[in-house]
Design a binder for this molecule. Sequence first.
Ligand SMILES: [Zn+2]
Length: 100
Amino acid sequence: MQTLFIILILFLISIFSVLLYFKTKVNRLDLLNSGECPTCKQKRKTFFDKNTNTTFTSEVISSRVLRNHGCSGVIEVEYSCKNCGLKEVHSINSSSNCGV
Ligand SMILES: [Zn+2]
């Protein structure tokens, strides 16, 4: 009975850690998409030039498409941070526009 209880606890812990892993991964992706680095917390900078009345944005995060699986709708994007050199690959589900 006791071993069964321990197995149940371990099972719950593993489920929670998997959920937590996905949650943090989604959070990181959100940060990257909003132009903020999840590691060094550096955000995109905006400058306003009064002389020319234009706003310049300096991106910290640059994204690059590694692989596009086309009709399956999964795109692998590599995000890199110019400030700390972070490199992360995320697969993004895109709504496929392949006609059926
Ligand atoms: Zn960074």
